[in-house]
Design a protein around this ligand. Structure first.
Ligand code: PEP
Ligand code: MN
Length: 342
């Protein structure tokens, strides 16, 4: 249920409603908009209904949330878009995030060098995997804690916030020390204990859409994080499996406007993993930005021919500044500006 407060409701009214909701064992998720506060009551619907909150001081109306996902639904935010702030950089609303970096952390030179290059080109955040989800157990699995140390060094030198993947809840502590945004990989989108654990950390999180996941399933994954009281969730379209075999995955551009209709959460697009090849990364990025994406997460490498994984799709670091200029123009068409530190 959703309790919409009157614009004139006082803080006392809001606190009293929260206390009533919690008194029947439900959880209250207040969302304070510019004009009105909305309180999501997540729990037994009948118990909440029996409270008769319509008659409570400061309450405008009580309405059911119609979708199976509640806190991530557009209805819950009353039409307001979520803007997430990471180290002074805003993502969502009018702000476009350029998240760039190598697929995986390989060495100090490769990692810190790429961080400098993307920072100079105006990137918003730096990406790089220390723990890698690989289809084969015989492939390189990432440098682990040594990789995290290199990411910390890249941040210390460039100031760029770090986006890195958490695959296993047992690694949450070392990741929390370095990550500014935790990435949940496509293969873990439905790892519910992992999502709930990330929810409890309160750390911003980027959830990648599963290879065969529907948008509703993606929003339900977001719900697992939001339910734990962590509002800092970004959704990421990265390509899905279809019958088409000409490319690795099909980048679902329609997911961008659709997710923005269904949800208030920022929508990021990964143009690298669907085609699996560099020459398609720019056109897909332009399409995503023009379609209204709130950002891009793209792979960049100083020497992709030597990359340990995903070499053919990684952009050449020395061409990255040019790439950013193009994408920035497409984002401007959708009314967005590249997010920079405040
Ligand atoms: C990645 O970002 O390098 C990655 C492995 O992505 P995905 O989980 O989307 O395959
Ligand atoms: Mn990759």
């Amino acid at each position: 249920m959703m309790i919409v407060m009157k614009p004139t409701a006082s803080e006392e009214d809001i606190q009293a409603v929260i206390a009533r909701i919690e008194s029947v064992g439900a959880r209250a998720h207040p969302s304070r908009g510019e004009e009105v506060t909305v309180i999501g009551a997540i729990g037994d619907r009948e118990h909440v209904q029996r409270l008769g909150l319509e008659a409570h001081p400061g309450v405008e109306k009580v309405v059911p949330i119609l979708r199976p996902y509640k806190l991530s639904s557009a209805q819950f935010s009353h039409g307001q878009r979520s803007v997430i702030e990471v180290e002074g950089r805003k993502i969502g609303g009018d702000h476009f995030a350029m998240i760039a970096g190598p697929c995986t952390v390989e060495s100090r030179d490769q990692t810190v060098g790429t961080a400098h290059t993307v920072a100079e080109a105006g990137a918003t955040m730096f990406r790089g995997g220390a723990y890698k989800p690989r289809s084969s157990p015989y492939s390189f699995q990432g440098l682990g804690t040594e990789g995290l140390r290199l990411l910390a060094e890249a941040k210390a030198e460039t100031g760029l916030p770090i986006v890195t993947e958490l695959m296993d809840a047992r690694d949450v502590e070392p990741i929390l020390e370095v990550a500014d945004v935790i990435q949940v990989g496509a293969r873990n989108m439905q790892n519910y204990p992992l999502l709930a654990e990330i929810g409890r950390t309160g750390k911003p999180v980027l959830i990648k859409r599963g290879l065969s996941a529907t948008l509703e399933e993606l929003l339900m994954a977001a719900e697992y994080v939001l339910k734990e009281g962590n509002p800092n969730v970004m959704l990421c379209e990265r390509g899905i499996r279809t019958f088409e075999t000409a490319y690795r995955f099909t980048l679902d551009i329609m997911a961008v406007p659709m997710l923005k209709e269904l949800s208030h959460l920022p929508v990021i697009v990964d143009p690298s993993h669907a085609p699996g090849r560099r020459d398609m990364v720019l056109p897909l990025s332009l399409a995503a930005a023009a379609a209204g994406a709130d950002g891009i997460i793209v792979e960049v490498h100083p020497n992709p021919e030597q990359a340990i994984c995903d070499g053919p799709q990684q952009l050449y670091a020395d061409q990255f500044a040019d790439y950013v200029e193009h994408v920035e123009r497409a984002a401007a068409v959708a009314g967005k500006v590249l997010s920079a530190p405040a």
